[in-house]
Design a protein around this ligand. Structure first.
Ligand code: MG
Length: 501
């Protein structure tokens, strides 16, 4: 049975094809900019992307397209896929209409200048260089929140931009459970000491060519479809999809502590698998891509942490690590597992382990809420950051580069984005529970290298729907509840407390 039957929806999809094509081109240009574009191409490339974005916006907001979507909103008897198309487009049009082009322009200009200031500030560890730019970003972001509108708190409007339907009260209730739960797990992990030992591998240098072979072989084990996807190198690992049959991932090679490169690959493989397993019938439509940032991060964290940082995965990949890199030859599988799954409170979010990671997110989201709500000033950030880091993690930044300047998000204007990382960790744990309930013990499948079963499960439960359902609805329907922080806590407790001899 065809997925799309209604004639108005078919007309919308035919018109949407051109909009989709512009998005396709922008994705490819964005990927190229991060991977292969010669350095000096940046000015022409960013101009070209900005022009295409304007064209995209014109088509989405054209009278004819808007009135078709309006007409579709009142149709009765649409199937779930058709309703999904209407929901996604209506949301896009509504957001685009509410934010005036002048505000968008100022935001784009300010954030590109703020990025340069942030980079300099971070390299010199001097917040004062970034401070005036951050002030501008915060002011403009508050204007965006006002234009979008909200019921309870301006932060609601910003959260919703990144995760459809997410509200401050959701995030507050999630962290009211996570904060004490994680602190209690962390105390036990530290007192047992099993996962906190330092591995010599953390300091070990590796050969880049050998590491490239490791990553390629791991992707082969996982079943990375080479005719629909590829791995390249970029300064910051990411995934981008041109469509359901062309997905690109990247990693980086720092030459030290090889798990960083390896787990970037496994993480991005999770993102890629989501896009590659969307129902092909949804290709080139507004719902032919992942449901939200939180659900997407759930897929990547599931592969990176639940599968990758497991004893079974350590055992599975050890022979190829021994063979290609050599660094692990004198170590046991257990040593490699403890290297993969080590836990230690630290200053830098992107290097944080699974247990402490969400405390880094808690810190950022609390500051964002207070900034947007006008309770604190940009000037107060470095001190508040350092104080709260010490309260939550027991470590104190030596300078602002290790503290408030470490992440790029605020320079980009991405305020309200951080909580989606925690949603991802929660969704990953929920999927582990669902797999256990419906299929069996995940570890048994990983030990056998039977990733086909795992991927089929993910496809049937989450991936194939694309953005047919809004994220909360998708989770309720397919996993039985919305973002459930208790699933994450039981996972952490089982793995890091019960799992420590
Ligand atoms: Mg990710």
């Amino acid at each position: 049975m065809p997925v799309f039957e209604n004639n108005v929806i078919k007309e919308i999809l035919a018109k949407y094809r051109r909009i989709w094509a512009i998005g396709h081109a922008m994705s490819l240009m964005g990927w190229d900019e991060e991977t292969y574009m010669p350095e000096k191409g940046v000015t022409e490339r960013s101009t070209a992307i900005a022009e295409l974005r304007a064209l995209y916006q014109e088509l989405v907001l054209s009278d004819q397209f808007v009135s078709l979507v309006e007409k579709a909103k009142s149709l009765e008897g649409l199937n779930d896929y058709e309703k999904g198309v209407v929901r996604v487009l209506d949301r896009e049009i509504t957001i685009a209409k509410k934010i005036p082009p002048q505000l968008n322009y100022e935001l784009a200009k300010t954030t590109s200048e703020a990025f340069v200031a942030w980079r300099e500030a971070r390299s010199k560890a001097e917040f004062s260089i970034f401070r005036p730019w951050l002030q501008k970003v915060v002011d403009l972001t508050k204007q965006v929140a006002e234009k979008l509108g909200y019921e309870e708190h301006p932060y609601d409007a910003l959260l919703d931009l990144y995760e459809e339907g997410l509200r401050l009260r959701d995030v507050r209730s999630i962290f009211s459970i996570l904060e004490p739960g994680i602190r209690s797990v962390l105390e036990k992990v530290i007192s047992r000491g099993y996962f906190t030992v330092r591995s010599p591998l953390e300091e070990a240098k590796y050969d880049e060519q050998a590491m490239r072979r490791v990553n390629e072989r791991v992707l082969d084990l996982l079943g990375f479809p080479r005719d629909r996807a590829r791995l390249d190198v970029s300064p910051h690992p990411f995934t981008t999809n041109m469509g359901v049959n062309d997905v690109r991932i990247t990693t980086r090679y720092e030459g030290l502590d090889f798990k960083r490169s390896l787990f970037s690959v496994v993480h991005e493989f999770g993102h890629a698998t989501y896009e590659l397993q969307v129902d092909p019938e949804l290709a080139m439509t507004p719902i032919g891509t992942g449901a939200s940032l939180g659900v997407h991060e759930g897929q990547s964290r599931f592969w990176e942490n639940v599968i990758g940082r497991s004893p079974q995965f350590a055992s599975l990949v050890k022979p190829l690590l021994d063979q290609e890199l050599g660094l692990t030859r004198s170590l046991s599988v257990e040593d490699v597992y403890r290297y993969f799954a080590s836990v230690r409170p630290s200053l830098i979010r992107t290097e944080a382990d699974e247990v402490t990671y969400n405390l880094h997110i808690l810190l950022r989201y609390e500051l964002e809420v207070q900034l947007v709500g006008g309770e604190i000033k940009v000037d107060d950030l470095p001190e508040l950051w350092n104080r709260r880091t010490e309260e939550l993690l027991g470590v104190k930044p030596n300078n602002d580069a290790e503290g408030v300047l470490q992440d790029i998000h605020w320079a980009h204007g991405s305020i309200g984005y951080f909580p989606t990382y925690t949603l991802g960790n929660i969704v990953a744990a929920m999927m582990r529970d669902a797999f256990r309930k419906r299929v069996g013990d995940l570890g048994d499948y990983v030990a056998k290298g039977d990733f086909g079963q795992i991927k089929s499960f993910l496809r049937d439960f989450i991936h194939r729907y694309g953005s047919t359902y809004a994220p909360k609805e998708l989770l309720r329907r397919q996993l039985g509840s919305e973002y459930d922080p208790n699933a994450l806590l039981s996972y952490l407790e089982e793995k890091y407390v019960k799992g420590a001899p």
